[in-house]
Design a protein around this ligand. Structure first.
Ligand code: C5P
Length: 254
């Protein structure tokens, strides 16, 4: 049977080693000028280190692959060396590519054999709680080809057509049923062989990895996401992230 027509993955056994790939090669222009987004600090610690710790917090994750800006792999390696990380987890750094998709593909290519479940997690989501990470892993173990953590939408969503002139009013053409829409986060979890096949097969531009698996016709499921797994995109998100960290410190004090 050809690799491209394999059946859906069977449920992975409980001890299946899990690797996390963290694409961190984006410039993050929407945050304003400065260092690459993943290297911006939150309470004095680079966002990337928060994201790496969030993945390594799961006892199931035995390897974290960080995909660094193409000219920044050495800097990211020394950053990992300079921060305390769990000893039971291995770390690898590889240079990234032009697009997020390319960066994830390069991270996947660096995975040694044996890690049959793969998480893909944005460095830009530094505060995802470990329970969310574990829920994603659990759903992959239960047999889904891809798993996304997802939240219901607070806002009503409109579909629009392009404005006649740049900056002009956009005609609204539809209002999708909000109760059936979800905002998806990371880490997204995958049966490794399914994700590798998606990266070999799908060449369209995509904004997440699960949509590539959808295009293969594999089963993709959503599990509850978490409000603290938001993506740090705009300057206000940095303020929110520091507030979350301050709240955690307070709660840890009790
Ligand atoms: O740009 P966006 O916020 O969607 O990026 C999501 C994640 O993908 C970020 O963690 C970013 O560093 C990463 N990325 C990457 N390589 C690129 C572009 C984005 O690893 N070329």
């Amino acid at each position: 049977m050809s690799d491209e027509s394999r059946p859906s993955p069977a449920a992975a056994p409980p001890g299946t080693p899990v690797a996390a790939v963290i694409p961190a090669a984006g410039r993050g222009v929407r945050l304003g000028p400065g260092a690459p987004k993943a290297l911006r600090t939150l309470n004095g610690t680079p966002m990337l280190i928060h994201a790496v710790r969030a993945m390594a917090a799961s006892r199931a994750v035995s390897l974290v692959v960080v995909v660094a800006p193409p000219d920044g792999a050495a800097e990211v390696k020394s950053l990992l060396d300079a921060h305390a990380l769990p000893e039971r987890t291995d770390f690898l750094v590889v240079p990234g590519g032009e697009s997020r998709q390319e960066s994830v593909r390069l991270g996947l290519a660096a995975l040694p054999p044996g890690h049959d479940i793969v998480l893909v997690h944005d460095a830009a989501r530094p505060l995802v709680p470990v329970d969310t990470v574990d829920a994603v892993i659990e759903a992959v173990r239960d047999g889904a080809g891809a798993v996304v953590p997802a939240l219901p939408l607070a806002d009503t969503v409109k579909q629009v057509e392009p404005a006649a002139a740049p900056g002009g009013a956009e005609p609204v053409v539809a209002t999708p049923d909000r109760s059936l829409l979800r905002a998806v986060q990371t880490p997204q979890g995958f049966d490794r062989a399914t994700l590798e096949r998606a990266h070999r097969t799908v060449t369209d531009d995509v904004t997440d990895d699960a949509s590539m698996v959808e295009q293969l016709g594999e089963r993709v499921v959503a599990v509850p996401g978490h409000e603290e797994a938001f993506k740090v995109t705009r300057p206000l998100d940095l303020v929110l992230a520091e507030a979350v960290l301050a709240r955690r410190r307070l709660n840890d004090g009790f």
